[in-house]
Design a protein around this ligand. Structure first.
Ligand code: SAM
Length: 287
């Protein structure tokens, strides 16, 4: 396991993922009923953008820095932006929250959050970060050195029947897409009504079609939707030219927010004129 998210924190991929995570949890918060959230690949939860690793790549400059410099952001991600601003001084950007912190910021007293992180050092950092100052830490369970895919199998169906699983792997393994499809098959068999949200990188956009089809073909998956964002024309298929989010059982209220949100993100995250986004049903609704 060589991947360390600190090199990439706050980049365009984090912005897409975290903006959509924010919108999903905002939707779950609309009802008083509690929700349960499993973050299978949690990372360390808080990143120092002025630290050695983030400085080496500077990826956040083309990601969250551009969003914070925008004059106005869509109402659906106002809370995401305000959460980041609250962690930083007015004048500078240093701290960027990972998916666990952003989820914690949206938890209410009745909700539960489970975090899995397999890397021993990152798992320890996550635990310390949660203990040192995450909101609602009484409702957060950190599963240190736990395989997120195994946890998905072991922890579903959850005690609270409303909720979401966020799957955000590092894609170091050549069979990562296959592992995700297996995890979704297992998860939806055990907990058919849960929402599953998967982040994936896009190098060659055509290669993503097979993954989409495999998810659409799963027996328990009746509704799946994908949003793909290319930040540049995919002329070099060795580079990460964009990324996508796949939703199984997407909440309708979330899909309603997509157009204005992606129309805002696209010009802010674009790296050349080939940038584009598209959303489409893979199965169900208008597929
Ligand atoms: C892309 S990063 C996660 C970033 C985080 N979700 C965020 O948005 O802030 C992927 C993380 O998964 C961890 N990891 C890799 N394989 C794992 C597995 N099978 N189970 C749990 N964690 C894993 C890596 O150590 C890494 O910290």
């Amino acid at each position: 396991m060589n991947y360390r998210h600190s090199y990439h924190a706050g980049n365009f991929a984090d912005v897409l993922k975290h903006a959509l995570q924010w919108v999903c949890l905002s939707y779950l918060r609309q009802k008083e009923k509690p929700f349960w959230l499993l973050d299978t690949h949690a990372g360390i939860g808080m990143y120092d953008l002025l630290g050695e690793q983030a400085t080496k790549t500077g990826e956040w400059q083309e990601g969250i820095a551009r969003i914070l410099a925008a004059e106005q952001v869509p109402a659906s991600i106002q809370g995401y932006v305000e959460t980041i601003q609250a962690l930083n001084d007015d004048a500078s950007l240093r701290w960027y929250p990972g998916s666990p912190y952003l989820a914690a910021a949206q938890l209410r007293a009745q909700d539960q959050l489970v975090l899995c992180e397999l890397h021993p050092e990152d798992a320890q950092s996550l635990l310390e970060n949660v203990q040192q100052g995450f909101p609602q830490r009484g409702q957060i369970k950190v599963e240190t050195q736990r395989n997120g895919y195994a946890a998905l199998k072991a922890l579903t169906p959850p005690p609270i029947k409303r909720g979401m699983v966020l799957i955000d792997p590092p894609f170091e393994q050549p069979d990562e897409f296959a592992q995700i499809v297996r995890a979704l098959a297992e998860g939806t068999r055990r907990w058919a009504n849960g929402t599953y949200v998967v982040w994936y990188p896009i190098k060659d956009p055509l290669a993503i079609g097979e993954f989409h089809q495999q998810v659409a073909d799963l027996p328990q998956v009746d509704k799946a939707f994908a949003v793909d964002l290319l930040v540049r024309a995919p002329v070099d298929a060795k580079k990460m030219n964009g990324c996508g989010m796949l939703f199984v059982n997407p909440p309708y209220g979330v899909l309603q927010q997509l157009n204005p949100l992606l129309d805002f993100l696209l010009p802010h995250l674009a790296q050349d004129r080939g940038a584009e986004w598209q959303g489409r049903w893979l199965v169900g609704e208008q597929a």
